[in-house]
Design a protein around this ligand. Structure first.
Ligand code: ATP
Length: 389
């Protein structure tokens, strides 16, 4: 068997990718080309969530003979190294002749990849022209230095890149973009999932309005107002606090199995208790949904969403603001102490955190409910912090 791995970001997959893969298949008599989207690449950090890149690949390639899509790299936690992928593949398929498809721009990067010697020992590189000068010279140099097997393909150069596609989509309305370089099904997916464009607050609110109950939307507005006031009082980033407040409950009505699934594919660990308790699950799932669906990549915002129910020891300012705002926003009426907490919050955020946690623990105890360990740890942390003053 002759198998070729085609690794890339595929953000999004375009006709240039398919063109070179088809040529590789026919010119080198390959049995299959496996498109393998990268996980958390250590060279390209600002990429679209893996699930979207994978889904777009599946849409573009469905029904194409000789092409497969693999989620091997995106399922691997942490940085993705091609060396690890090749090692796994070799172990599972020891007798296959393994190729790797790249464009000439990648040829110039290969030396910087993790353990290039291993890669050159185990892979035959197929290279498609991408109008890069001196690629012949580079291939010769690599061949001499690493004894690399590098074979150039004979195919037209299509001047298409994912970067250009993303920029073009970003620059116009979705309806105005002429999707000639990508599959129409891929473009429909991009539109449906609002990819490559930052969502405005108004667009986020429109989506949230269709996914949250009215009472939850009113609560969300209360959290935004409170978070905004606290951000101003404490000199936190008001925009970030408002965004975290807007999205803090975005996963509230997601079915439980979907909440678990979205956490798992974003490598968020869930213990048995969190899997059972939707009060805990929705905040972790919410951080993942804010990332995948609402395009939030700022980890301060995502962490504030993630910890808004339980808090965590030594919270950041934004985390504290969202945690407290969720509890004290004006629509809440569950405790007589709320007016006092609202006053304290404007002067002493750590003190109000401790009080909110104590109330939560007392309430759960009164119901004879099991209490999650992070809430208890957070309470201990803030209790100690206050007692040491
Ligand atoms: P970006 O513009 O974001 O860097 P890209 O268009 O290069 O994206 P990748 O997913 O990074 O797409 O590419 C995967 C591999 O496919 C790389 O080795 C790249 O060189 C190659 N490749 C991409 N587009 C072309 C093209 N039009 N012609 C030849 N090779 C290409």
């Amino acid at each position: 068997m002759k198998t070729c791995i085609f690794g890339g970001t595929f953000d999004p997959i375009h006709k240039g990718h398919i063109h070179i893969a088809k040529n590789a298949l026919s010119q080198f008599g390959l049995d299959k080309v496996i498109f393998m989207p990268s996980g958390c690449s250590y060279m390209k950090k600002d990429v679209t969530p893996a699930i979207h890149r994978l889904n777009m690949l599946k849409l573009a390639l469905e029904g194409s003979e000789g092409f497969e899509v693999s989620d091997l790299e995106i399922k691997r936690e942490g940085y993705t190294y091609t060396k690890d992928t090749v090692e796994i593949f070799k172990k599972e398929n020891p007798d296959e002749e393994l190729y790797f498809l790249i464009g000439t721009d990648t040829l110039f990067m290969l030396e910087k990849w993790y353990e290039p010697e291993y890669l050159f020992d185990n892979l035959i590189f197929l290279v498609a022209d991408r109008n890069d000068e001196n690629s012949d010279k580079k291939a010769k140099e690599l061949s001499e230095r690493f004894n690399a097997d590098i074979r150039f393909m004979n195919c037209d150069f299509l001047d298409i890149s994912s970067t250009k596609i993303r920029q073009d989509i970003c620059a116009v309305n979705y309806e105005e973009f002429e999707a000639k370089d990508i599959d129409s099904k891929v473009y429909e997916y991009i539109k449906e999932n609002h990819l490559y464009k930052a969502l405005s607050d108004a667009e986020m609110i429109t989506i949230l309005s269709s996914e949250l109950k009215e009472s939850r939307l009113i609560h969300t507005l209360g959290v935004i107002d409170t978070a905004s006031a606290l951000a101003k009082a404490y000199g936190a980033d008001v925009r970030k606090c408002e965004k975290a407040a807007l999205l803090h409950d975005c996963a509230k009505y997601m079915p439980k199995d979907e909440q678990i699934e979205i956490c798992e594919r974003n490598f968020i660990k869930l213990n048995d208790f969190e899997r059972k308790k939707s009060a805990l699950l929705h905040s972790k799932a919410g951080a993942c949904l804010a990332y995948e669906k609402y395009g939030i990549t700022d980890t301060e915002i995502l962490d504030a969403i993630k910890y808004h129910t339980t808090g965590k020891p030594d919270m950041s300012l934004i985390e504290k603001i969202i945690f407290v705002s969720d509890f004290i926003e004006p629509g809440r009426t569950h405790s007589d102490k709320l007016p006092m907490y609202r006053m304290i919050a404007m002067a002493d955020l750590d003190l109000v955190c401790m009080n909110v946690l104590k109330d939560t623990i007392d309430y759960l105890n009164s119901l004879n409910e099991e209490i999650d360990s992070i809430t208890l740890e957070t309470y201990s942390f803030y209790k100690e912090l206050i007692s040491k003053r």
